[in-house]
Write a protein that binds this ligand. Sequence first.
Ligand SMILES: NC(=O)c1ccc[n+]([C@@H]2O[C@H](COP(=O)([O-])OP(=O)(O)OC[C@H]3O[C@@H](n4cnc5c(N)ncnc54)[C@H](OP(=O)(O)O)[C@@H]3O)[C@@H](O)[C@H]2O)c1
Length: 265
Amino acid sequence: MKRIIDKNKFGPWAIVTGASSGLGKEFARQLAADGLNIVLVARRVSLLEELGNELAKEFKIQYRTVEADLSEESAIKKISDATDDLEVGILLSNAGTGNVRKFFSTEVSEHKYILQLNAISHLYLTHYFGKKMADRKRGGILLTGAMGATDGVPYMANEAGTKGYIQSLGKSLHTELREYGLHITVLVTTPTETPVFYKLGFTKKNTPVQPITVEQCVNEALCALSKNKITVLPGLKFRIMNALTPSAISREMSGKMMKKNNGIF
Ligand SMILES: NC(=O)c1ccc[n+]([C@@H]2O[C@H](COP(=O)([O-])OP(=O)(O)OC[C@H]3O[C@@H](n4cnc5c(N)ncnc54)[C@H](OP(=O)(O)O)[C@@H]3O)[C@@H](O)[C@H]2O)c1
């Protein structure tokens, strides 16, 4: 398999949040295939152990698991304590989730949970690991955002806000941290076949454009990071759709789809 990430430039360790499932699991796999040792972070530690074991056997790499709930402020301390002795050259800040609901049907405390998980935890991780990379003058950070976030997504208003934050944070730092030689890329995640895709009410039948595979999404994202592209929007069909659809139409369409697919009246 063709190598994407140069372990001599970005290694020896990478940290991947949300590694127990979907995109994070595949990020861990493709980074391990490039010879990087991996710190796997999520709440379901048994899945992380299983994956770590598998990757260590298949790619002869080392791994470490960290059980952390990124919706809690204390997660960053847990992660920093567990990785203090490692040289982390790649941060894949990927964990996140969302719900499709009316804004007022969701308690403010639940909105805050999403804000902490989807936005603030990415800030903490980027600040902590980015500073260490800047001191060493090498490293790469990939932040997982979402397509449509900057246009707004009705019935996912807070989630869209958090992903919009990530996009702006990443794009700003892409330029600001260039002087340290860091690569920073925002993954503007397009519909990809993972558990979250189904959780949001999509199926292959009710979506007009089929989701891409996790392998494709992750491959395109890592290629973009290695080339230090500011953003990456995986899948040609989604890039065309994004370029041709005006923001107001995209917002209206996603609102209608969210409502219909999730039985919101
Ligand atoms: N798939 C898509 O179409 C799509 C579209 C737009 C954006 N995204 C974004 O892509 C990222 C990855 O999602 P996915 O599609 O791969 O979905 P997924 O398969 O559900 O994976 C989500 C990952 O995040 C972790 N996570 C969730 N809550 C957490 C918490 N409180 N603390 C720590 N880890 C937590 C989960 O691990 P545990 O449950 O074990 O903690 C899991 O590993 C997310 O940020 C999502 O918003 C995906």
